[in-house]
Design a protein around this ligand. Sequence first.
Ligand SMILES: Cc1ncc(COP(=O)(O)O)c(C=O)c1O
Length: 403
Amino acid sequence: MSLTHTAIPVSPRISHFSYAIRNIAVEAERVEAAGRRVRYLNVGNPPAFGFQPPAHMIEAVERAMRNGENGYGPSPGIAAAREAIAAEYTGRGWPVSANRVLVTAGTSEAIDLALTALVDEHGEVLVPMPTYPLYTAVIAKLGARAVYYRTDPSRAWLPDFDHLARVVTPAARALVVIDPNNPTGATYPTEVRRQLLDFASTHGLVVLADEVYGDISYQGPLPPIGSLDADAPVISFSSLSKGYVAPGWRTGWLAIGRSPRMEDLVVALKKLADGRLCSTVPMQHAIQSALTGDRSHQAAFRSALQERADVTTRALQAMPGMSCIAPTAAFYALPKLALPPGKTDHDYVLALLRATGILCVHGSGFGTSPADGFFRIVFLASPADLRDIYTQMGAFTAEYISR
Ligand SMILES: Cc1ncc(COP(=O)(O)O)c(C=O)c1O
């Protein structure tokens, strides 16, 4: 029998790799093809809404290209970038040395590298619920297990330490902390951050600190969690994507704290980094320019975001059946709709898309229960556009819950 017509099999591991933020866009493309305008509120992509990186970063990349910096670079990153990143953390109270910094293809690659170096098959990683879904996707790809710990909407989405204590087991290797948080827009007070470090220390966990939104908390830049205890085993992830408005450059980093317990991990991460050669070299030249240059764009970005957060929270809280906790950072809100019986968050998001062209992401794509009715909105559009979007969403939702 000829096998030429049978489908090429894919690995079963793909069935567990899920990234709802982009997966849902497939349905949006169908809606668009049918002639309806789609308002994409699914991806946190500031340049798509007119926010752009400062000119000195663009000039640094252009200069690097013109100066012939178009070859491979060192696997861990160019020295100027690693030194600028180390100086940035150190200046914010967390001493980091340049030889414990790796420049990566965004925070995303940093997450993948760190989890790959840390977690065995069947090992466990504590992940906040709701979470940024790349964590659970990569953990699934590695054959490891994501163990959710609740963050509590009735307490401004802060971690539920009682739940955390109930779910941790001796197989846990790492505690993921996303602060400021996507998808909730929460920021954690110092006491909560301290409690997270204490919890990790009690259970022998590495803290994987996703600090990609650290510069766009509306109150101003936040110190890295490592600044609370320089000796704690912390790995911080960040990038040029959010605070420096250049997500398409795919340029980020990870920084490993000074704890001697992480020496082997540093070696392992460098070994993994060798395998992918290097991250984009011309863009790495923007890192020093970003971290040492003028950052006034960040103050403007923060106040634009605060205004949009206010418009969003007010509009959602006024909708029937809807509740929304005010975000304190970034450009996400995670409202909750009291769903009609038998409906899921995914049903609502699809119905909203088909009826209005407004594309949000269902909360279950971030780990919440489908019946809970959470969904995520990216509020980067202009306040006028957002008002228009929320008027349509409010009218649709009133009709949807009365069906
Ligand atoms: C919490 C969080 N971590 C990581 C990322 C990935 O960012 P990057 O563009 O730096 O890979 C995102 C992107 O939205 C995010 O929200």
